[in-house]
Structures are given as structure tokens and as C-alpha cells.
Design a protein. Structure first.
Ligand SMILES: [Zn+2]
Length: 177
């Protein structure tokens, strides 16, 4: 299996998140060309801001391998990890990170900061960015376009009483992860 093959696997997991109404991000942890663990975004359904795809995959891998360090593993994730996940990847001692789309708002593997290769931290990951980037970002942008259209339609259905919500609504900010 090549990096692209594994990224397709991660995209399939991202589709599971999308089917559940979550932002479509998927992650798969691989060791010796075998799947160790899989994850996809579940923040909304689990009421857990830390339930990012890569976080869930790595937690599951730790349980399965009975080790909080995962030195021989590669993590494939469809979106560049945030600072929380990037920090967790350093703690986990994962060897290699491969991601698809860059996240210019919260990405911590090179976009707004680089935690996974920071020379002052005690572990640096090997990073490959941009694998199937177009497919990965297309999945996200299609999701957000559809969600914005749905929100617009819902607003149009509402009467004047909802003017307060329109003024103070919380749909201005869109988190990718
Ligand atoms: Zn994250």
C-alpha cells in the first residue's frame, strides 16, 4: 500500500464522519503495512471537543497495543492536525505523519505553526504533506458549502422573531476540525 492508498482509506473514514453530520476528517494509524486503529471526527455526537479523528485513532491504538508510545507507526489523516492533536502526536512518539489538506486556520504541522517538527521539543515526526490534498479539501469544502446552504434556507423559513438570532447567531465562525 502506498501513501495514497492509505489516504484513500482515511477518506473513507472521513465519509463516516460526514454521514453522521460531523466535519469530514478521517485518520488511520498504520504499523508494518497493517491497520492498527481508525478514527473519524465525533466531536458533536460525543459532546467532546477533543474527539478529533487522529485523537480517537491514537487513543484506540494505545489501548490495542497496550502502550502509550507508538514509535513505529505512521498516522494518515485527511486534514492537517490542530495544535492539540499535533501535541498529542509528539507525546505518542509516532514516527511519521502524512496528511492531505492543509488547514490555514488551525493547522499545527506547518500552516500556522509547526509543533510536529519543532526543534525544541523532544520528538520530531517525519512529515509528508499534501497527499491527495485536492480530494481531502474538496470533501471539506463541499461539506461546508452544503451546510451554509442549509443554514441559509433555515433562516429564510424563520419569521421576524428570529431577528435576534440573526444578529447574534453563531454561524459566522466555521471550525474545520
Ligand atoms: Zn485536532
Amino acid at each position: 500500500m502506498t501513501d495514497e492508498d492509505w489516504m484513500r482509506h482515511a477518506l473513507m473514514l472521513a465519509a463516516r464522519a460526514e454521514a453522521a453530520g460531523e466535519v469530514p476528517v478521517g485518520a488511520v494509524l498504520v504499523k508494518d503495512q497493517q491497520v492498527v486503529a481508525e478514527g473519524w471526527n465525533q466531536m458533536i455526537s460525543s459532546h467532546d471537543p477533543s474527539a478529533h479523528a487522529e485523537m480517537l485513532a491514537v487513543r484506540q491504538a494505545g489501548q490495542l497495543l497496550q502502550n502509550y508510545r507508538l514509535p513505529e507507526c505512521t498516522l494518515y489523516v485527511t486534514l492537517e492536525p490542530c495544535s492539540m492533536c499535533a501535541g498529542m502526536l509528539v507525546h505518542s512518539r509516532i514516527k511519521r505523519l502524512v496528511f492531505g489538506a492543509s488547514d490555514y486556520k488551525t493547522g499545527a504541522a506547518g500552516s500556522i505553526m509547526d509543533l510536529v517538527c519543532h526543534p525544541k521539543l523532544n520528538h520530531q515526526l517525519e512529515v509528508t504533506a499534501g497527499v491527495l490534498a485536492e480530494e481531502c479539501s474538496m470533501m471539506l469544502s463541499t461539506f461546508f458549502q452544503r451546510r451554509r446552504a442549509e443554514q441559509k434556507r433555515l433562516k429564510q423559513q424563520k419569521g421576524p422573531l428570529e431577528i435576534v438570532e440573526k444578529t447574534f447567531g453563531n454561524d459566522g465562525d466555521v471550525d474545520l476540525t
